[in-house]
Design a protein around this ligand. Sequence first.
Ligand SMILES: [Zn+2]
Length: 334
Amino acid sequence: MKNFEYIIGQEAVREHLQHSLALNKISQAYMLSGEDGMGKKQMAEAFAKALLCEEREDGGDESCGNCHSCKQVESHNHPDLIYVTHNKPQLISVDEIREQVVGDVQIRPYQSKYKVYIIDEAELMNEQAQNALLKTIEEPPEYAVILLLTTNEQMMLQTVRSRCIKLSMVPLSDDQIMKALTQREHIPPVRAQKILPFARGNLGRAKELALSEEFEEKRTMYIRILSQLPGSSVYQWTDDIEKLAEDKKELASGFDLMEDWYRDVLLYKAGALREQLIYQDAFSKVAQGAGTYSFRQLQKNFEALSVAREQLKRQVRPQLILENLFTELRRTKE
Ligand SMILES: [Zn+2]
């Protein structure tokens, strides 16, 4: 369901968009920023659906959900709602922007008052592509509405940013996540409670974790590895590295689990209480880590993890990433 009503939390963004609908003051370019899983696309689609709805009266701030147009948006089949696509996974090229936005926007809407463009992962546009887009958002036809979704606003040119209404998605509260998981996804409260600390206010991540059968198993494996790493020999980890490297897609969330672990170790070392930790159920192992690692080395562990994340994005071989990472994590002092 792509209605505003269905969105949990994000009141500030929602109110801004619904308010502009109610006042009929629609800007022509919006930039929605926030992590993956925060619901940027859902928000953009709710807005697009309301803009395009045939039954929405003047001053109405929500789509009807029943008209032909609403049904077309639901099924990703609306001729006036354009999702900009790209061929290379890490790049939206200037040609793609020219073809799908700059050129296309000159054609009037087929059936609606508006023509809405959703550019997801807008940070993947290189400078040329952004400059091409800039011309359109500087002087768009009155029916055009361009929605840029991004995980990294800093990668957008200042000239582009300054032309957009900027809206930021924020982490949800634990209560909101619990409610969404138990009432909407029908996940048992005990299970939902367990993944809650790992979701860090991100509903997308929460759902992914809660629905993943392997999460429990994976978490147990990481606790074993992370508690045994300090001071161990490099050869000890060959099998585990091989196993972890097999599933490249899972590796990023593995890095999340590792980061949470070292965050706990650091917090405990700095005097935090058990209740403040994410890995409360592995408390004694966290405490052991706090006794073993120096503050400086913990800092280096975080740095090593962020290097590993970068390497994963740059398509470095997973085996190599993990070997380098484990080499750093085995050290207890610099
Ligand atoms: Zn409708």
